[in-house]
Design a protein around this ligand. Structure first.
Ligand code: BES
Ligand code: ZN
Ligand code: MN
Length: 501
């Protein structure tokens, strides 16, 4: 659905809208939600609903009602829960819930009311967060439905921010929209099936973003990777007819003091290779490029918000298939940084392709910090489920910044330990390293494998295996499909960057 955003600081009584969205606190009614000054005839039915406790303002609960007020005939009341527990994520989720219901309102022009009450403990601009939630909540992936073409033409809604107290601003709304669009781009890439999204398509998407937003983009082809000695990446790609791509996006700012690299796992389909995965749910391995999608979505946002920092986006894109020339368990390859790695399981491919991407970006760009995002281990789902991404780091200060961005964005991260003992089991028998360890704590081991490829550069690895798709019970997330996790986290990290030593 196409959303057009408008801004108005006229009183609501002067507005003519098909519907209005009102954010209401639990058990404090219209007064405690700062909506007392609404036109009396608009409030009437809503007051009845509140009095009868049909609608209570409980978190994530919505009620649709007819107002009886001629100029604004429909109301969508959205609960934001208790005032004392309110933060920007609660508001984002509430707006997301409203976003899901936008189409059912049968309205072309919808307003939402912003009151200073919503500001309370919220760290981010209220208008930004609401637009972000609305635009994320109204996302649908229906490109592969027959009815898609006719329908999408009709689904266009104007959203007016009604802000009589001047709490938010036009710019903040625009930022909210840009952030949601970046996330929705990542969701689209994630949801696209692997027959339509190959490594070359990720490269094409990167080129497109780069062209639109004045970012440099270079694609390293297999021939160049061979010259550079990236045998880990090329080894994974061997089992597929589709050539691997190493995608480099460079965003520069004249006043930048530091450079941050964002590295994404772009396995467009992970069959496991010769160490073939079981058939059940293997279709979900089209999502194995969600780390790459997060980097692309973030670069699109960065290109529009122009932060004073240099950002390098790197994507290792390949398929992992068991073709006739596929890599075998027992093969030993030489990484870009010279380390010899024994492949004991071809399904542990993410760490191989990321290892080469990481050591390349560290050597070529000397970034002050590196963040990588990857659907790296099924073990991460066992450990954390779907409500936090796992983090491994070699630098507490950088981890602190990631944690802050996590709070702001609502993309939760949870740090896992990386005591040296965990890394013992990937020391190689024949080579320097082997690509799997023994025993438990697979997420930590996967992360610590990567650590061998970042030198001493401050680095945070985010395992998004559990958070990248099929996340339920979050207002702005669809119940199935790609979430676009990491996009707003990276956007907040880059926007609020504090130089590190
Ligand atoms: N892409 C998978 C990880 C994954 C699996 C994410 C299921 C989400 C759901 C990754 O490439 C993989 O296969 N990892 C192996 C590692 C193992 C062989 C050490 C895994 O998790 O089983
Ligand atoms: Zn994988
Ligand atoms: Mn795998």
């Amino acid at each position: 659905m196409k959303l057009t955003i408008e801004y108005s600081n006229n009183p609501i009584s002067n507005q003519k809208l098909d519907a209005i969205i009102l954010f209401i606190f639990e058990d404090s009614g219209l007064k405690g939600s700062g909506l007392n000054s609404l036109p009396t005839s608009l409030k009437k039915n809503l007051n009845t609903s509140l009095k009868l406790k049909v609608f209570t303002g409980k978190k994530d609960y919505c009620q649709q009602l007819f107002s009886g007020h001629a100029n604004i005939p429909q109301i969508l009341a959205v609960g934001v829960g208790k005032k004392s527990e309110m933060n920007s994520e609660t508001l984002r989720r509430a707006a997301g819930k409203a976003g899901i219901m936008l189409t059912s309102l049968k309205a072309k022009k919808i307003g939402f009311a912003v009151t200073s009450h919503l500001q309370n403990t919220s760290e981010t601009d209220v208008g930004q967060v609401i637009i972000e939630g609305l635009a994320l909540g109204s996302y649908k992936f229906n490109q592969y439905k027959e009815s898609h073409n006719e329908k999408s033409k009709l689904e266009s809604i104007k959203i007016q921010c009604c802000d009589p107290e001047n709490i938010t601003s036009k710019i903040a709304l625009k930022i909210g929209k840009i952030r949601a669009d970046g996330t929705n781009l990542a969701r689209n890439l994630g949801n696209t099936p692997a027959n339509d999204l190959k490594p070359k398509d990720l490269a094409f998407a990167a080129k497109n973003i780069a062209k639109q937003h004045k970012i440099d983009c270079t694609i390293l082809e297999e021939k160049q990777m061979k010259k550079l000695g990236m045998e880990m990446l090329l080894g994974v790609s061997r089992g597929s007819r589709e050539p691997a791509k190493l995608i480099l996006m460079e965003y520069f700012h004249q006043k930048a003091k530091q450079t941050v690299a964002l590295v994404g796992k772009g396995v467009t389909f992970d069959s496991g290779g010769i160490s073939l995965k079981p058939g059940k749910n293997m279709d979900e391995m089209k999502f194995d490029m969600c780390g790459a999608a997060a980097v692309l979505g973030a670069m699109k946002i960065i290109g529009q918000l122009n932060p004073q920092i240099n950002v390098i986006g790197v994507i290792a894109a390949t398929e992992n298939l068991p073709g006739g020339d596929a890599q075998r368990p027992g093969d030993i390859v030489t990484a870009y940084n010279g380390k010899r790695v024994e492949i004991l399981n071809t399904d542990a491919e993410g760490r191989l392709i990321l290892g080469d991407a990481l050591s390349y970006v560290v050597k070529e760009f000397k970034p002050n910090a590196v963040i990588d995002l990857a659907t790296l281990t099924g073990a991460c789902i066992t450990a954390l489920g779907h409500y936090a991404s796992g983090a491994i780091t070699n630098n507490d200060a950088l981890m602190g910044q990631v944690r802050k961005a996590s709070k702001l964005s609502g993309d939760r991260v949870w740090q896992l330990p990386s005591y040296p003992e965990y890394g013992e089991s990937i020391k190689g028998k024949y080579g320097d390293l082997q690509n799997i360890g023994v025993g438990d704590s697979g997420t930590i081991i996967g992360g610590m494998f990567l650590e061998h490829f970042v030198d001493k550069t401050p680095w945070v690895h985010l395992d998004i295996a559990g958070t990248a798709w099929n996340v339920k019970h979050i207002g702005y997330q669809p119940n199935s499909g790609a979430t676009g996790v990491g996009v707003k986290l990276l956007a907040d990290l880059i926007q609020n960057w504090e130089p590190i030593k």
